[in-house]
Write a protein that binds this ligand. Structure first.
Ligand code: NAP
Length: 256
């Protein structure tokens, strides 16, 4: 029997895609996992397929809503007292696609809120819950946060912002025994891509990725989750403010 005290971990957006794979790996590693998403139906669907998710504390929350976000972290504080680990993964599908000059201010703002302000607010709350015991945070950015991304300027700006924030906070918080790092994925087959594959010519999408990627394929959510869990763990105890690119080498060619 494993008698070790469980580490408490929060993962934003654990009902699908990369977040769900992170939740699975955390359960394998005996974390007490808390996660959230906007749709309870989607979480219940994930639970029907994976009964082991019954052990996860899912709290329905729209993280773009300040009141809901505050309520989520107040609940975590009341139930668990602290956090040892956190992964800021949730984001909506890229909203501001196309030429920057053609996109409305509202859409640009929504993109910024989802991909930068939402994780910033989560990080602020997570840090409050880590100050007593220390901890480890991984922010999920993108290769669009390390190289410019045509037709997705706002998404790229938000992910560059999250990269910069992570590195700066890594320096500010290491004296409190809190490590921050990022994982920057390339194209990973998750529900957001599955939707596009259904709408568009899927041959064209796969051929596009194959042409840009040395490995000629999408990555899997599990391949990203493995990197996240390593960065969170004590095995990465000397890794600080690092960007772990998980993209099958796509960015080596300057591609996104
Ligand atoms: N897939 C890729 O190719 C790729 C590449 C580079 C970077 N990334 C990054 O990886 C992360 C995960 O991407 P993914 O492809 O796994 O996404 P996904 O399949 O669309 O899943 C997103 C998750 O976030 C939740 N979520 C979205 N908006 C939320 C909100 N306002 N409040 C609470 N939860 C919210 C979703 O649940 P609900 O819909 O129920 O809210 C879902 O659980 C994102 O940060 C993304 O930018 C992905």
């Amino acid at each position: 029997m494993n008698t070790k005290k469980k580490k408490i971990a929060f993962v934003s957006g654990g009902s699908k895609g990369i977040g769900l794979a992170i939740v699975h790996k955390m359960l394998e590693q005996n974390y007490q996992v808390i996660t959230c998403g906007r749709s309870l139906d989607d979480w219940n669907k994930a639970k029907t397929k994976n009964p082991e998710l019954d052990e996860v504390d899912f709290i329905k929350t729209d993280l773009c809503d300040k009141q809901e976000l505050n309520k989520l972290f107040a609940t975590i504080k009341k139930k668990y007292g602290h956090l040892n680990a956190a992964v800021n993964n949730a984001a909506v599908q890229i909203l501001a696609k196309g030429q920057f000059t053609d996109i409305s201010e509202d859409i640009l703002r929504q993109n910024l809120d989802s991909d930068l302000w939402m994780p910033i607010m989560c990080i602020k709350k997570e840090l409050e819950l880590m100050l007593s015991e220390g901890g480890s945070i991984v922010n999920v950015t993108s290769i669009s946060g390390v190289i410019p991304t045509p037709d997705a300027a706002m998404y790229s700006a938000a992910k560059y912002g999250l990269e910069g924030l992570t590195k700066t906070l890594a320096l500010e918080l290491i004296d409190k025994n809190i490590r921050l790092n990022t994982v920057a994925p390339g194209p990973i087959m998750t529900p957001r891509w599955e939707k596009r594959v259904k709408k568009q010519d899927c041959e064209e999408i796969y051929a596009g990725v194959a042409a840009r990627s040395p490995m000629k394929r999408f990555g899997t959510p599990e391949e990203v989750a493995a990197g996240v869990l390593w960065l969170l763990s004590d095995e990465a105890s000397y890794v600080l403010g690092h960007t772990l690119i998980i993209d099958g080498g796509m960015s080596l060619r300057g591609n996104v």
